[in-house]
Structure formats: C-alpha cells, structure tokens
Design a protein around this ligand. Sequence first.
Ligand code: NI
Length: 192
Amino acid sequence: MTVICVLEGGGGQSIDTSISVTLPPMAIYPIRTFPDPVLAMHASDVTDFGDPLRKLADDMLETMYDAPGVGLAAPQIGISKRFFVADIGEGPFVMANPEIVETHGKWKYEEGCLSVPGRYWMIKRSDYVRAVGRDLEGNTVEFEGDELMGRLLQHEIDHLHGTLLLAHLSSRVRNQALKELREDPLGVRRVP
Ligand code: NI
C-alpha cells in the first residue's frame, strides 16, 4: 500500500536555503531528516511568486519523485517557507501558504515520512480535508479530498508548522520511536 512520503532520503548537508534562480535545472536536494532543527520550525509565508517559486517547485518535485515520495514540504529541503509539492498519482500539484479550512470524519492509516526514513505508524487523522492556499502565481487555489488526499494535505501542512508525524503518536509509542531514532537515525536496520 502506498504511504505518505515513502521512505528514502537521508542527507542533512548544508544547502542553499534561499528561494533563488541560481540553481541548475532539475536540482535534486538532500532531504533533511529528524532531528534537523529546520523540521521543527514554523515556516514563514511565501511572498515571492512567479519564476523563483516555479523553479523551486520543479526542483522539489524532482527531489520528491527521486526519493520516491508522494509529498514534500519546503522545510524538508531546508527552506523554511510555507510551500509543498505533491502527487498522489493524479499528477503533480503545489500549494503555497496553505490553510486547512474544513475537516470531517476520522481515518486511520499507516503513515511514513521522508524525514523519518524507514518508519511507519498507524495514525488517526481527519478523513476529509479542504485546504485553501496560493498557486505559483499567487492566485487562490483550493484542494480537497478524503483518505490519501486528506492525509497528504494534513501531513504536508503539519511540516509547515514544524510538526512531524511523531507528534501524532501516543506518548508510549513516541518514546519508543525516539529511542529507536537515537540508536538508528536513518532506519537502516529496519529497511529490508
Ligand atoms: Ni513528511
């Protein structure tokens, strides 16, 4: 079964943290992994739309497909901006400055994250989610869906608030997870 942000990644190298047009085409970024502090930061609003954001989106999609994953938030490549890219199998889409405006129902699903590689947990979240944000040009856009789409929107928007899926575990499961992550940060002993 597909999961959010399928495993892989690693890295943590220092990279350019500005949204710039100086990067080469099709750049694949190293993916930041827990406990990189950028993953715990509240990201700031995207204010520069157009070409620089388009370039970032292209590079992030390339990085996401390479990982491979179904979603990638800017903080995961060290850019603390409220922006994510995603593709749950229906084509790529992006959102800048997204906000969840409606939820209903609950859905339990096995979830992973490129920034916590090699680990999956059953996590209960809202089923249906509607989110409003901006596209690459700064126009208002809206995405909605249940099951995987609802899950993806919540997971990626969490990243922009500095929240990882670990925050959704019970304290007992989280403590065990943190212990395992200290001993085996990249999950190499867990990956078949
Ligand atoms: Ni993630």
